[in-house]
Each structure stands twice: as C-alpha cells, then as structure tokens.
Design a protein around this ligand. Structure first.
Ligand code: SAM
Length: 380
C-alpha cells in the first residue's frame, strides 16, 4: 500500500512514488511538495535512449536536481550500463522520496545526496551531469562545466521559454548575455541562445562544448553536450557563435559572424546541434512509454540535423503568396527535386528548413502551387 499522499506511477519499466497531486500537463507548478511532472516522461524517455547510446561502464553519473529521482533512477534502471548513478536534491523530502523510489526498483546501490547542487559540483567530478531546474539553468551551468570530466557530458533543461523565444528580450539579455527576438523560428533561436551561453561559460575555463543532441519539446529546451579540455578547442567553439537577422516584411533571414545593427538575435550557436552517430544509435524501443513520439522525433532529427539555422513556416509562405499551403512532405519533396536542400523540422509541424533564400523559396512555392492546381483541374 502507498504511504498517505503518494501515488505510484510507472515510466518505462520503472515504478515511482510521487505526490498524489502531481502535474500532468504543461511546465508543472511548485506545489510545496516534491516535484513530479508526468508530461516530462517524453524528455525522460529521450534521456534513457541517449544514455543507452552514450554512457559507459564505471562512469559517474549525476542527476543533480532529481526531485522524486524520476530521471536518474530511470537511467540507472533502463540504460543497461553498470555505472555509479548518483541523485541529488537540496530538499530533504525529495531525498527521502528518491531513496524510497530507489529501493522500490531494487536500486539500493544508487547514491543519494541532499545538498545545494553548486557546492556538490564544486567538490566532485562527474562524467555525466543532468540539470533540470525550475525555469532557467543559468545558476548551475558554470559549476556544471567545471565539474564535468574531460570528454564528459552535460544535459541541461531550460523551461524559461518566454525570454528565450523573444517575448522578454531584456530578461534574456540579463540571463544569457544574448538578445532574443520574436520570429517564426524563435523556438530554434532560443535553443541556439542557450547553447551559445553554455559555449561561452565553458570557454572561460578553456573548455569546449560539442552539442550532441539539442531539441525543443512542449514547454522546454534540452541540450546534451560534450565538454572537452583545451583553449584552442574553446576558441574553435567560440567561432561557432553568430547572430541571426530576420526581416519580417521580406521574410529574409541571415546568420552573420559580426554584430549587426538591427533586427537581430544573438549571439547564438550557429553550427550543428546533433551528433549523427549518437542519433543513429538511439532507438525508440517499445518499453518506453512515449515510444511512438520518440520514434517520430528521431526521424525528424535525422532529417534536419544536416541543415543550418532557421526555418520557414508554411503559413507565412501562404500569407505572402496568398496561395493555400500544400502538404508539407510533398513540398519538401518538390524542393529537393528542384535541387535545393530541404527538410521538415522538429521545432514546428509546419516548418521547413532549406538552403534557399526567401525570394527563391517563394518562387518555388508559387511554381508548386501552379503545378498542383493544374493537376487538380486535369483530374476533374
Ligand atoms: C524541476 S525539479 C526537478 C525534476 C526532476 N529532474 C524530474 O525529472 O522529475 C527541480 C528540483 O531542483 C531542486 N533544487 C532547486 N535548487 C536547488 C539547488 N540549488 N540545489 C539542489 N537542488 C535544488 C528542487 O528542490 C526541485 O526538486
């Protein structure tokens, strides 16, 4: 029987005791009880898949802001690697609950800490550090990049999406030292601002960041990145920073190395956000509760990972040309047949990534629309 006020939930093949009134949707709210948000199950499924593809025997793995222990315990239970898993939360009730959850899943060997994460990171070194805070992760990133071993991995969540999307550019500038701006592809710009910030925080310590798997889902951003020692590597990573310029009227967008005068967001991370090797290794197996969604996400990432920053949204193309939007997949195929690079994107179900400029894309949009309407007429 459950202790009073607690309910049992199952994620993947892990059982978890969580407060009965847990959040089921959205970013979740601080309830005064130990935090658990069911909607983050998808993000934890991704952590399990990513862990299966990257973790190695004997490594030291920390879930730094663990709450009920959902993520760290699932990784310990489901990644299939014999490593030293450790969980931390400064809230004593969380530490007690994660201990109970560890025992319930026969994971009594998992080490529990009840400390301020920054002091733990200042004293210990880990191969993998997960940071999943309420809101912004900025308080922890400097400590995490210093505590991460050479060639280790940090996995960071940010749920302060409004500043990063460009709704509050000044807040974004204060937190991340980077200006955000609203645009049809603001989800991607926000994620790239977060990566750019991590790159700069690491560079202060002569350490380089290599993004391995960075994505947006629901109400949050997740960034998995490798940390490597070396001032020259850190300099090379800094070269991956840039600014994105967007003109709403013409839909033109550009990524520049130097600070533009207006209409820009940045600095952002302007290079690849995925490791093709790791994405290829990740499998949406049937034991994961959100397996179909994981499979779709893996497909979208595989398709878009070679493309550069920014994307167009079909509704904007339709508005600009006054022509109804075609089926997305069909239009992507048409662009490719026309010799362009094109893909869907996980950031937006109506988004298209392409190497084409706005005017070339609009021309092809009109051509495609003409072609499909004459085909429709000849079928009548
Ligand atoms: C969003 S919750 C973590 C959710 C959890 N990772 C999951 O998957 O369910 C954030 C947690 O960070 C803890 N926390 C906040 N600041 C902290 C700090 N400075 N040191 C340690 N824990 C902290 C809170 O007590 C809370 O349990």
């Amino acid at each position: 029987m459950n202790s009073p006020g607690l309910a049992t939930v199952r994620e993947g093949v892990t059982d978890l005791l969580v407060p009965e009134g847990f959040s089921r949707k959205g970013p979740g709210t601080k309830t005064g009880e130990v935090f658990y948000n069911r909607q983050m199950e998808f993000g934890r499924d991704i952590s399990v898949m990513f862990g299966r593809a990257t973790l190695k025997e004997g490594q030291r793995i920390l879930d730094g802001l663990a709450a009920s222990g959902a993520r760290g315990l699932r990784m310990a239970n489901e990644c299939g690697v014999r490593a030293d898993f450790e969980l931390n939360d400064r809230d004593l009730r969380a530490a007690v609950l994660m201990k109970q959850n560890a025992e319930m899943n026969s994971l009594g060997h998992v080490k529990i800490h009840c400390r301020d994460l920054r002091s733990l990171l200042a004293e210990e070194q880990f191969d993998y550090i997960d940071i999943d805070p309420f809101g912004t992760p900025v308080d922890f990133i400097d400590a995490a990049v210093q505590s991460c071993k050479n060639n280790g991995i940090i996995a960071i969540t940010a749920t302060d999406t409004a500043p990063l999307y460009g709704t509050y550019p000044k807040t974004c500038f204060r937190r991340y030292g980077s200006l955000s701006s609203r645009s049809p592809f603001a989800h991607e710009t926000g994620l790239r601002i977060l990566i750019g910030f991590i790159v700069r925080e690491a560079a202060k310590h002569d350490r380089a960041v290599e993004p391995l798997l960075c994505f947006h889902a629901d109400h949050y951003f997740r960034c998995h990145a490798r940390i490597r020692n070396g001032a020259a590597r850190a300099d090379a990573a800094i070269k991956g920073l840039g600014y994105v310029v967007y003109d709403r009227k013409t839909m033109k967008r550009q990524v520049l190395e130097d600070l533009p005068k207006k209409n820009y967001a940045g600095p952002i991370w302007a290079r690849a956000m995925f490791s093709p090797e790791i994405v290829k290794k990740m499998k949406a197996t049937g034991d994961l509760g959100t397996s179909p969604r994981c499979a779709k996400m893996l497909e979208a990432w595989s398709e878009e990972m070679a493309m550069g920053p920014g994307y167009y949204v079909m509704d904007d193309l339709a508005r600009k040309t006054k022509l109804a939007p075609p089926k997305l997949q069909e239009f992507v195929g048409f662009l490719r047949e026309s010799g362009a690079q094109a893909s869907r994107t996980h950031f937006d179900p109506k988004g298209i990534k392409t190497d084409l400029g706005a005017s070339e894309l609009l021309k092809l949009y009109k051509k495609h629309s003409k072609r499909t309407s004459s085909r429709r007429k000849s079928n009548v």
